[in-house]
Design a protein around this ligand. Structure first.
Ligand SMILES: [Zn+2]
Ligand SMILES: [Zn+2]
Length: 217
């Protein structure tokens, strides 16, 4: 079985995929007041990401505040490629919980160049096989998988509809925290941990809308 999804791993490739940094102007978090994190930025000139490309953007940013409860429910962002700005269209944080200061991730996250590696056979879920390996490696060998099918922690998320045009959105990627003994997967000497959660990103190409959903194990 050949995968059409990728593990996002640290390292150079000829495209400008990256982790962290502040290449986009991200909005302030309405709950904790700091800038939302630019987590990953993917270069849409990479033919492997053709499914996500449109004629409006050269890059697709994945953003969220990772230091509070704002990502626990659906978030909707508008990406403005002309100005490199991202704004919040919808965020319904009712918990108003903020991470303890010593556990907070910095803004900006440290910058690293990233590459893509085809998903391993054990990363792809098939109903007949044991899927534990896929969950075990996600977080211990890599923390972001792009395209293919989402790895759902609980119930499958129904196909998301765009907040503006109501068409089906494209699934983009899932991210998770690093396991405690697997630090440095995205940046040497850095620990990427925002809790026991999977964060799913969806995208509407025509409206340049980014939407997130969260599941926790
Ligand atoms: Zn926040
Ligand atoms: Zn739309």
């Amino acid at each position: 079985m050949s995968a059409d999804g990728y593990r996002v791993i640290k390292g150079n490739c000829k495209y400008n995929h990256s982790f962290g940094g502040h290449l986009w102007k991200t909005p302030n978090c309405p709950n904790c007041g700091t800038n939302l994190h630019l987590i990953f930025n993917f270069d849409l000139n990479d033919f492997r990401l053709e499914k996500l490309s449109n004629n409006k953007m050269n890059y697709i940013p994945l953003i969220s505040c990772l230091n509070c409860s704002s990502y626990w429910s659906t978030q909707v962002f508008k990406i403005e490629p002309q100005t490199g700005t991202i704004t919040i269209l919808k965020q319904t944080d009712e918990e108003r919980w903020i991470t303890e200061e010593e556990d907070r991730l910095p803004y900006p996250l440290p910058f690293s160049k990233m590459g893509l590696e085809e998903l391993h056979e054990s990363d792809i879920l098939s109903k007949e096989e044991d899927t534990d390996q896929a969950f075990e490696d996600f977080g211990s060998e890599y923390i972001c998988r792009i395209l293919d099918e989402p790895l759902f922690a609980t119930e499958p998320i129904q196909k998301n509809k765009c907040y503006l045009c109501n068409e089906d959105m494209e699934y983009v990627a899932t991210i998770c925290s690093e396991d405690y003994d697997s630090e440095g997967l995205v940046h040497e000497g850095f620990t990427f941990n925002f809790g026991e959660a999977f964060l799913y990103f969806y995208f509407c190409k025509s409206c340049t809308i980014l939407q997130t959903e969260m599941q926790s194990t």
